[in-house]
Design a protein around this ligand. Structure first.
Ligand code: 13P
Length: 250
């Protein structure tokens, strides 16, 4: 199994339904034969419509979150089973914004990952250190703990449905991208951790995305690094031309 190269968008809390549909329609029109896997992560309310629109397109759809409970009296929550029923194939989990603003800890994320996988979703699992941790040289131990806390308990079979996204928090939405060398160093370290846990072949096959101010100008240089398999794109995924230029750079 060859490692999958991927460009994934994360719309975050942007776009009305109508605006999201317009963006998805534009992407469907323009992205017909990408050289890599293409995924768009949309708010829950867009999922069913956008997944239906993109049937037959190479573009796949992701939720940006799912509940840590299976079903029942959890007002306002959206389960992994519901996400799957929309036609979405992926779920982004562990995003630093969820960890920081919604207090999602290792255990909550572990439950979310298990539920997403149990419902047949693939998981784009985000990890990354904050600025103070990077300045203290602690980035490696931070990401290792994030993996050990929420995903390294998975079986080798389950691991095949995990895509990792390294997103240094200090680079998200700041315009301050990690240098290709910083990102490559971290990605190589992550691949080494996966190798220790699941073996060399699994590590070789694991897709590891970079996220954090990745845009149409810096994508090619980042993607040229041997352990950077693509990007998880925030701001630049909201503009068709920019997102398409990033896809073309992969
Ligand atoms: P930006 O590309 O806007 O920095 O966001 C990255 C991100 O958080 C993707 O999940």
């Amino acid at each position: 199994m060859a490692r999958i190269k991927m460009v994934a968008g994360n719309w975050k809390m942007n776009k009305t339904l109508q605006e999201g549909v317009a963006l998805a329609a534009q992407l469907k029109e323009d992205v017909k034969n990408p050289k890599c896997a293409v995924v768009i992560g949309t708010p829950f309310i867009h999922l069913a419509t956008v997944a239906e629109m993109l049937k037959g397109s190479p573009i796949k759809v992701a939720a940006e979150n799912c509940a840590d409970k299976e079903k029942g009296a959890f007002t306002g929550e959206v389960s992994a089973e519901m996400v799957k029923s929309t036609g979405a194939e992926y779920c982004i989990l562990g995003h630093s914004e969820r960890r920081a603003y919604y207090h999602e800890d290792y255990e909550i994320l572990k439950n979310k990952v298990e539920l997403a996988l149990a419902n047949g979703l693939k998981v784009i699992f985000c990890i990354g250190e904050v600025k103070e941790e990077r300045e203290a040289g602690k980035q490696n131990e931070v990401v290792k703990a994030q993996l050990e806390g929420s995903v390294f308990h998975l079986s080798a079979e389950a691991w095949k449905n995990i895509v990792l996204a390294y997103e240094p928090v200090w680079a998200i939405g700041t315009g301050l991208t990690a240098t290709p060398a910083q990102a490559q160093d971290m990605h190589a370290y992550l691949r080494g951790l996966v190798a220790k846990q699941y073996g060399a072949q699994a590590a070789e096959d694991t897709t590891i995305l970079y996220g954090g101010s990745c845009n149409e100008k810096n994508a090619a240089e980042l993607f040229a690094c041997p352990d950077i398999d693509g990007g998880l794109i925030g701001g630049a995924a909201l503009v068709a031309e920019k997102f398409e230029a990033i896809i073309a750079a992969r």
